[in-house]
Design a protein around this ligand. Sequence first.
Ligand code: MSP
Length: 642
Amino acid sequence: MSEKYYLTTPIYYVNAAPHIGHTYTTIAADAIKRYKTMQGFNVTLATGTDEHGQKVERSAKATNKSPEEFTDLVSEEFREQWKKFNLSIDRFQRTSDPKHRETVQWLFKRCLDRGFIYPSSYTGQYCTSCELYVTDAKPGDPCPDCGRPTETVTEENYFFKLSAFEDKLLALFEANPGFLEPAIRRNEALAFLKGGLKDLSITRTTIKWGIPVPVPGNHVFYVWFDALIAYMTAVKDTEGLWPADLHLIGKEIVRFHAIFWPAFLMAADLPVPKKIFAHGWLLFENDKMSKSRGNIVRAEPIREVMGADALRYFLLREIVFGSDGTFSFDALVARFNSDLANGLGNLASRTLSMIHQYRGGIVPASTEECPFEVRKAIAATLTAYENFEFSKALEAVWGLIAAADKFIVQQAPWTLAKKTEPELIAKLDHTLYCAAEVVRIATVLLAPVLPESCDKIWAQLGMPGNVGGVHFGSLEWGQLAAGQLTNKPEPVFMRIDPVPAIEKMRELEIAETKRQNLLLGKLEEKTGITIDTPTIAIDDFVKIDLRVGQVLSAERVKGSDKLLHMKIDIGESQPRTIVGGIAEAYTAEQMLGRKVVIVANLAPRKLKGIESQGMVVAASVEGGKPVIAGFLEEIPIGARLK
Ligand code: MSP
């Protein structure tokens, strides 16, 4: 029996529909699963949805649904998304599943019986948005994560004795240098640990939508105690799968996974996970993706226009796994064209076409040595995969592809094909064999990242079965059988024209956002708006002096995420200093030179110590980013709007 390997993604909150950030983690987990399977492991991949808590209760209410109905709907969105991407998920664990309730209650009792849980009263500042108490915050303080105001809450809670686990956790980190990777996250977690651990409140009486705590009173489990245990619930019915071999997570939830979670398990006398790997953040055009910036990218439009493998390749090649990275549509299409269409796709199709043209589709025999450093490339790829260094692994394969391309050009098979001397016929055979063998080996090595495309190339090579079923251990030069009949080459990656493709993706993106917003009750359809502000006379309107201005300089106000400090020329002898709350939507560079509408006679006011002499006019919807008013036609600076 092959050795088991159990890996997980985070279980995703259902207060947002799936976006490219969730897809990033889940694609990476799927690639690891495929890689481990090809290494010979019996792999189980679990993901799921995190469905309890106040935020979900509120979202359900906003859509006139019960929490059950609401979570069914959003959870299904995630399942659908993973199906469309053909991600090889074995377990999808929902926290609202009765099986999960049992596991959480069981684990709680184990911790309680061992004396690691006790009741106490708690007063603290709570952020309902992040579902976290903000330690050391005073009433009125904002949440350090999301900036929203915190609420003061006092309640009778059950506490977990996290403080009792400092030494044990330190010992765990000491004994297992690879327990938490990459090193930057390990160092952060160790620093946190060494700073001392406070006990954790793990239940709430203020929330209804949650798992009941098996004690008298109306306690429900608080988000993290409930959520983390889902990793166990997912495999509780299968002997021998726990502990997890890998929890793959984003960097923002390291503390919960590397400190809280092992402590809960130690308290319950259960084995802790073997490894936690935290990847970085996916930014959109260098900016954090957020609802308020209105720049959330969804994976589905990309899949529809370019295919699942295009996105998988981009995310795993472009971004150093573990570090932050940027997504952009331009870079996505550029990578596709250069690496997939021109690189792998071109090598596969030209090789197979030549085999068809010169050898009737039959792989010729080669009598000469392999001209490439194949062993080195295979070893480099597999080592990189083992360390989750996807971009390095892919680079190594592309090194081999480039060597094969160069070799083909040097050998010039198109010239050899016209020759009749036996040594030149053999040279052509050798060239074709080597090119095809590189395609075969590349296809095996790339199967974890490009499963769909590699299967197609595999079939065109005339290889049996699926490439994902091949064992990496069998990768050796020369296994492509001479005499094998190949199939007709069909291009696997067609070059993509960037402009229409990006336009189409953006169009689909807008439609998808609208659909998801409706589903989640985030925004009502903006039809039938009733405007009930009191009417004003024209004399009132002319009191407002609106002018065309041009932005001469702009910079972020220090200590504020929202404010931009601008100098704006509105035709007076001196430019105006204007501080606007638009920095979350526009960078300083984007504002430079822009013509905007200014309220020129607004009484000056100080913002962060800077006197603002007017206001930039912008439109915004609830929860959306501001959009600045501007002009399509030329208009001189200082012109009045009336
Ligand atoms: N429900 C918790 C996790 C509980 S696990 C026991 C949660 N959910 S979440 O929906 O917010 O998902 C967070 C995870 O989604 C991140 O850890 C990461 O894996 C992925 N990502 C979400 N947005 C992301 C980016 N912009 N970039 C990269 N990954 C991101 O936290």
